[in-house]
Design a protein around this ligand. Structure first.
Ligand SMILES: Nc1nc2c(ncn2[C@@H]2O[C@H](COP(=O)(O)OP(=O)(O)OP(=O)(O)O)[C@@H](O)[C@H]2O)c(=O)[nH]1
Length: 800
């Protein structure tokens, strides 16, 4: 009886909605609209708030329609609650759970010891029973480097997620913190892995090498952390190495990264004699003892030889805090000494506000200082409730809304990483709001497609643990969800999208084809998978050469995929020479008046377009199209065809067939023909007009310039200078006591095979890293050579 009554109300609701001008609307939304007078929704609001499906309505059929509507209205209202209101609704248990959650990443320059640090974290938290080193002699390899290739080469290629429980003593009481952790690769070629980790993490541990300090890749991860406002603590690793100097690292964080930083520890002993650290806040010694340093020996007696240094560094810490925190500043002015609790609270406030980074130190390989670093993660990095996670409300013109990590709110999550494993496609998801139960239905905001979540797991590198539910603020992985990296999932009621991450442009490409034609299927399967997993890996088929071209972030990036094809798919490939991804642009204004008039038997093609092209006035690399046609000489329907034509022309520039950037096309006039004009004709006319005006507009080839950092023992300074003089512009050099670092802007072209030259010039002791910086005009001789080569290839095709 109730069902019938409810369904009747429902249909009345739908009729009411249709009267309001809604084309199609879910029954649930109608119901809420009709029965909740306080919510007077407009037609479009109704459309965008398709709350519940018919089946969910019928599942609730033992409630009256009014009860259901009220329930929905409450949930809807809850979803639009202010953060304060939501926080007020949070139960003490919920607040306590969140206060003990940390989602953190470990990021650093190549080889700083991220994986080694992570391995220690897993060991001390009891997550793994034994420590296996990166490239260790036991042949096992670090837990977090689970890919065969990673273990072989000793580098991290994919970021790996894991979780661990850290039992932290707080004033004699043990509190368990749940830490979700992502170990990211250091090599710039795998930068997307860092990018997506930063997008979803609440905090990070920036690892630095005690000898090298801030290195080129540290600067890159610093930029990524700043891009996503990720608070960080810093850990100066490798304190056991000869020449270790934590103060140089602290100073460089201040000067090179421009983040106020101060050490909160002082090392006890140095190099091989390193014993542990002095905690400057509580002024106590923490020494690692026992096998693998599992036991911590705490004492208040600071060794006499470092007592003065500790006092000086404590004072520096307080002064630095006074610069960034009002409370400490006030105490400082009044010459009061803050208590350890006040110092800790100030460090936490300033770190979370991204105004400060506390610096810790130790040696992961020597099992020193890792546990205090874990304590600092809990003390100073934010819990999911401390950070502002924003979504864009599509129903309100993409207005930002704060997401509240409260289990009872409607679900909002971000799929930040895809990975195929033997059980199917795994989607890593950060839950920002609401909780997710196994078997629940979610909506993918892109296309509003409904998906069921059949299985939820927690990842531990390449192993997983099934769970039935995952709470707000956590990271998990789900199975069987067809989506792309960066998709937002909601429970259907919220028109929210989470801004996605920054995907850098590819700078290098190479042609590839399987050696055996029988491998074609496996080849395309692998390519599809790689592209879905890695947005910086792209593939296209060159129309002219009919070659398959893969492009990515560098030689190593592409090399790793070719290797994975061979190992994981047993597909041997032939590859061409790596090629630089050039760009084309224009430098001045050039007018066009192009008439396309073709008659070949049947209906012809006719379109005339008049206007000009010029460098994009709004700067940047985007291309811009504008119509200033008056009097309808080109009807509106053909204007969009012109725009499409312009966009298509920009995909394959006239000089080299590479992408055109930073150009603008303005159409002012034109003409049509009664029967022969069409979208096709205007699209083509715009393309031809662009191609013809390109030379007059000062068409130019741009090449990628790479910020290159080279470091080597100081004795090789002369050799490196000679090597770099030919290759680029030297931007900065730094000569340390025994190390020499140079930063130069080099064209990617000049850097092919550079590692071999560097090895020869430094007896294998030099290292370098490269990062895309910007596009710059290619030298005229290179430009001429490239254009001639391309035109010759085109000519050869035409005459074939
Ligand atoms: N002396 C010394 N060596 C260390 C320490 N921590 C790590 N290493 C060594 O440094 C090298 C790099 O360590 P990883 O943990 O792979 O560094 P990573 O930063 O994860 O490397 P990528 O992921 O390839 O960037 C390995 O040979 C480690 O054994 C340390 O505290 N002291």
């Amino acid at each position: 009886m109730r069902v019938i009554r409810a369904v009747a109300t429902l249909h009345a609701g739908r009729a009411a909605a249709v009267r309001q001008g809604v084309r199609s609307v879910s029954l649930g939304a109608c119901r809420a609209a009709v029965e909740t007078p306080s919510l007077r929704w407009t037609g479009s609001q109704l459309e965008s708030r398709r709350l519940f499906s018919r089946s969910s309505y019928l599942r609730n059929a033992n409630m009256t329609a009014a009860e259901i509507a009220l329930k929905q209205a409450k949930e809807l209202a809850a979803s639009n609650m202010t953060p304060e209101a939501a926080a007020a609704r949070m139960t003490p248990e919920e607040a306590k759970r969140l206060a003990r959650v940390r989602n953190i990443g470990i990021a650093a320059h190549i080889d700083s010891g991220k994986t080694t640090v992570t391995e220690r974290i897993l060991f001390y938290t009891g997550r793994v029973k034994a420590i296996h080193e990166v490239r260790g002699r036991d042949g096992v390899g670090a837990k977090m480097d689970s890919m065969e290739l990673e273990r072989e080469r000793g580098i991290t290629i994919q970021s790996a997620a894991t979780f661990a429980d850290w039992k932290k003593k707080e004033k004699g009481v043990e509190e368990t913190y749940h830490v979700n952790l992502i170990d990211t690769p250091g090599h710039i070629d795998f930068t997307i892995e860092v990018e997506r980790a930063m997008r979803v993490l609440d905090g990070a541990v920036m690892v630095l090498c005690a000898v090298s300090g801030v290195q080129s890749q540290t600067i890159t991860v610093d930029r990524q952390m700043k891009r996503y406002n990720v608070p960080r603590i810093s850990f100066v690793n490798k304190m056991d190495r000869m020449g270790a100097n934590p103060w140089k690292a602290v100073e460089q964080i201040n000067t090179k990264l421009k983040i106020p930083a101060a050490a909160i520890q002082v090392p006890i002993g140095s190099e091989k004699e390193l014993e542990g650290v002095v905690d400057l806040i509580e002024m106590k010694c923490i020494r690692n003892d026992g096998q693998r340093g599992v036991n911590l020996k705490i004492s208040k007696e600071i060794p006499a030889e470092i007592k003065e240094l500790c006092e000086q560094k404590r004072q520096e810490l307080i002064e630095k805090l006074a610069d960034v925190d009002d409370e400490i500043a006030e105490m400082f002015l009044e010459e009061q000494t803050p208590t350890p609790d006040q110092i800790k609270a100030a460090i936490r406030r300033a770190t979370i506000a991204c105004k400060f980074t506390p610096v810790l130190m130790g040696s992961a390989i020597a099992d020193k200082g890792v546990q205090p670093m874990l304590d600092a993660v809990c003390d100073y990095l934010p819990n999911p409730n401390d950070t502002d996670n924003l979504a864009l409300d599509r129903a309100k013109g993409e207005q930002p809304v704060k997401l509240v990590p409260y289990n009872s709110l409607p679900f909002v999550g971000l799929a930040f990483k895809l990975e195929e494993n033997p059980y199917g496609q795994l989607t890593y998801m950060r839950v920002y709001q609401g909780s997710l139960k196994k078997g629940a239905y979610l909506y993918n905001s892109r296309g509003n497609k409904k998906v069921r979540i059949p299985r939820i797991v927690r990842m531990h590198s390449n192993e997983m643990e099934d769970v039935n539910e995952i709470g707000a603020g956590e990271i998990c992985a789900v199975f069987g969800v067809d989506c792309a990296s960066g998709d937002t999932f909601t429970d259907g009621g919220l028109p929210y999208s989470l801004s996605s991450m920054y995907v850098p442009d590819a700078v290098m490409s190479l042609s590839i084809k399987p050696k055996r034609s029988s491998d074609a299927d496996a080849f395309s399967k692998a390519m599809n998978r790689f592209m879905r997993e890695d947005p910086t890996f792209r593939l296209h088929v060159d129309e002219e050469s009919e070659e398959t071209i893969i492009s990515g972030m560098g030689e190593l990036h592409l090399e790793i995929y070719v290797e994975r094809l061979r190992r994981e798919y047993k597909v041997e490939c032939e590859t061409g020479q790596p090629r630089v991804s050039y760009r084309e642009t224009i430098t001045q204004k050039a007018e066009f008046d192009y008439l396309l008039k073709r008659q070949s038997g049947g209906p012809g093609d006719y379109a005339r377009v008049v206007g000009w092209i010029e460098p994009n006035p709004t700067e940047g690399e985007d291309n811009h199209f504008e119509s200033r046609v008056v009097g309808g000489t080109i009807p509106d329907k053909y204007i969009s065809a012109c725009q499409k034509g312009f966009q298509e022309a920009c995909i394959k520039g006239p000089l080299l067939g590479h992408k055109v950037i930073g150009s603008s096309m303005v159409v002012t006039d034109g003409a049509t023909h009664v029967t022969d004009s069409s979208d096709y004709a205007f699209n083509l006319a715009a393309q031809m007009a662009f191609g013809k005006a390109f030379a007059a507009a000062g068409g130019q080839v741009l090449e990628p310039l790479m910020k290159t950092t080279i470091s080597a023992p100081a004795e090789f300074q002369g050799n490196i200078l000679m090597l770099m003089n030919k290759r680029g512009t030297i931007v900065d050099t730094e000569v340390g006591a025994d190390e020499f670092t140079m930063v130069a802007d080099c064209s990617l072209n000049a850097m092919f095979g550079f590692s071999t030259h560097l090895r020869a010039a430094t007896q294998g002791k030099g290292e370098f890293s490269m990062e895309f910086s910007h596009y710059a005009p290619a030298p005229p001789h290179l430009q001429k050579e490239l254009v001639q080569k391309y035109q010759k290839e085109l000519e050869a095709k035409r005459t074939k």
